[in-house]
Each structure stands twice: as C-alpha cells, then as structure tokens.
Write a protein that binds this ligand. Structure first.
Ligand SMILES: Nc1nc2c(ncn2[C@@H]2O[C@H](COP(=O)(O)OP(=O)(O)OP(=O)(O)O)[C@@H](O)[C@H]2O)c(=O)[nH]1
Ligand SMILES: [Mg+2]
Length: 344
C-alpha cells in the first residue's frame, strides 16, 4: 500500500504524475496515497494567481517560476484552464507559455480542465497542489481564471491570493466582482506597458480604502459581540501579541509587465510580506482553520456520495431508472434516497 506516496516523498516525479492521473480517474487507492502524503505537506504556503481570461496570469507565473528558480527553489504549478474540455489541451497551452522551464527538473507544471471534476474544482486543485508539496516543491503556484466561483475557491486553497487586473477595458475595476476584492491579498495591474495604468491603480486604491475593516467584519459575523472582541484581545495578550491580534493586511497594488519581467521582484517581495503577516497575526490562524474545514468537507463530500450510492445499491438504481423515465424528479429522488439512508 501507499507505494506511490513513498516514491513521491523521495522526490519521484513520475510517481507524482501517476498519482495525479489516479486522482483524476478517481481510483480508490489514491485516497490511501493522499492520506500517507498529508502529514508531510503544508509547510509550503501556496500562492494563488487569479484574474480574467488573458490578463497574463500564465506569463506572470512563468516570471515567478524564473525568480524562484534564481533563488534555488523548486516550483510546482497547478494551472486550471477553463477553456479546455480536455486537460491535454490545457497542458499544451501552458507548456507553450511556460516552455522555457519544460526541461528544468526543479519545475513541475500540471494543468487541470475545469470540467469533469466530480469532487469539485477546489478539491482537485488542492489534491494536485498537495502532491506537488509532498514531492518537495519549495513553492506551489496555482493559476485559476477569475470566472464564476473560481476566485472564491482559490482563496480556500491558497495562503496568498494574487489578483491580476489589466488596464484598458474601461470599466474594468468596477466590473470586478465583490468576491475578488474580498479574496485579494495582493493586486497586480499587469500589462503596465499599456495606457490607462494609473487610472486602474487609482480605482483599486479607492476600492481597497472602502473595504470593511477586518475587526468590523468580525463584529458583523458575530452579531457585534463585544465578548468576542475581548476574547480575541485576551488571546492576543496571552500569546504576547496584542499588537498583531487586531492587525490588518492592506492589499498592496503593484504594476507589472509580465512579458519582460518588470515589477516581478516587487511581487515576490509582496508575497513574502504577506506570508510574514500571516505567520505573526491572528489572520493566518483563522485562514488555516477555514481552509482545513473546507478541505475536510470536500474530501468528505466526494467520499460520502460514492459510499452512499454503493450502500443504496438496487434502491439507487431503481430511483435512477424512475428519474430516467421522467416519472420522478431528482429532488424527490434525493429526498427518498436520504430518508432511506438515514432511516427516517
Ligand atoms: N503587452 C503585454 N502583454 C502581455 C503582458 N502579459 C501578458 N501579455 C500577453 O497577454 C496574452 C495572454 O497572456 P497569458 O499569460 O496567456 O494570460 P492568462 O491570463 O494566463 O490567460 P488564460 O489562462 O487564457 O486566462 C499573451 O499574448 C501574453 O503575451 C504584459 O505585461 N504586457
Ligand atoms: Mg493562463
């Protein structure tokens, strides 16, 4: 058992690629391999890079790879490609953009198509990132396009979320979904070689200044409980860290030209600064709690569905046949299945 996991922990890239395929194919054995890998992961803070299609995410990730390689770090990349129904297509596209690292043993790029991930996109993304982490990558970068719920999902997976914006689309910043603002730890205005950069930066500064403060948000979520605020303050004092318990991270707004690498050093520095903030503040602990619970739910959800269908056996097949014949709707079928499972 867990043969692949041991190889991966020893740095075997082919074993890592194999486990990623097994995860895609939902091979039952992959669960055991992941359980074996898990305790050896999590020391590397993962970085999410999200933004609109064509904003330059892959080009920026390519520059980050180069910077981290200069520092002697090994880099793993998960690229989530929404346009390709087949991961083969996604792999080809990202290979072209990241091809100068193609023969580098210190770089591992894996693409995922957004369709066909039954356990949910963020679960698949997290699984692949975890394999890369276990393989010994010093940095794990996750590229996702900011459409639908993807950007919200990446914040459940990555420690630091970089949101890429480009100038020249007129009402671009206003068009940013509220969710993006909530998850951005660092804003990057890419394609800064194009006109309209200053305007986008000013608009982002406005939006950032209008963000609700973290402690106000906390109060809102806890019904304005003074007791909670006091408890947080006490916890901070106990840890000898009153000053940082309520500390707030204000997302910096950087400009880059990904095609020539301008501004990428500052981005690396901003990512480092955000990590330092998380490691010394309460926010880091809170984020980890939310992420761990999200992960548990995702793994549980995927497993429970399979287990429940197996347990229902013929009853499931009968319900499915009724739905297929148009005699039963899926909602009522689900209610019946759940009642049967839970013995109501
Ligand atoms: N002028 C200019 N072009 C850029 C810059 N960064 C990226 N591009 C170009 O923008 C196009 C899209 O870049 P990608 O890196 O593929 O963008 P992406 O966000 O990964 O795209 P998807 O993954 O398809 O959503 C390419 O033609 C890049 O060469 C930049 O800073 N300036
Ligand atoms: Mg891309």
């Amino acid at each position: 058992m867990a043969k692949l996991a041991d190889k991966i922990l020893a740095g075997d890239r082919r074993a890592a690629a194999r486990l990623m395929r097994d995860l895609d194919d939902r091979m039952p054995a992959a669960v055991g391999e992941m359980a074996r890998l898990y305790p050896h992961t999590g020391k590397v803070p993962w970085v999410g890079v999200t933004g609109n299609p064509g904003s330059g995410k892959s080009t920026l990730v390519d520059q980050l790879i180069a910077k981290y390689r200069e520092r002697g770090k090994k880099v793993g990349v998960v690229a989530v490609d929404p346009t390709s129904p087949f991961s083969g297509g996604a792999i080809l596209g990202d290979r072209i953009r990241m091809q100068r690292h193609g023969l580098d043993d210190g770089v591992f790029v894996r693409s995922l198509a957004t369709r066909g991930h039954l356990g949910g996109l963020s679960r698949s993304t997290r699984d692949v990132a975890r394999v890369l982490d276990a393989l010994g990558m010093d940095e794990v970068l996750i590229e996702t396009v900011g459409v639908g719920q993807d950007e919200v999902e990446v914040s459940r997976v990555a420690e630091t979320c970089v949101v890429v914006v480009v100038p020249g689309l007129g009402d671009d910043v206003q068009a940013l979904k509220a969710g993006v603002l909530e998850i951005a730890d660092v804003f990057v205005v890419n394609k800064a070689d194009r006109p309209g950069v200053d305007r986008v930066v000013r608009e982002l500064e406005m939006l950032v200044s209008l963000r609700p403060r973290a402690d106000e948000e906390e109060k809102m979520h806890h019904g304005g409980s003074q007791a909670v605020a006091e408890a947080v303050a006490v916890a901070g004092a106990v840890a000898g860290a009153e000053a940082v318990a309520g500390a707030e991270w204000v997302p910096p707004i950087l400009t880059t030209v990904s095609t020539d690498g301008t501004g990428v050093d500052a981005l690396v520095a901003a990512i480092d600064a955000h990590r330092a903030f998380l490691s010394t503040s309460d926010a880091g602990r809170r984020r980890r709690e939310v992420q761990r619970e999200a992960e548990l739910r995702e793994v549980f959800r995927a497993r429970v569905v399979d287990a429940a269908i197996e347990r229902l056996g013929d009853a499931w097949r009968a319900l499915a046949a009724e739905v297929n014949a148009g005699r039963l709707d899926p909602y009522s079928a689900t209610e019946q299945a759940v009642a049967r499972l839970l013995g109501d």
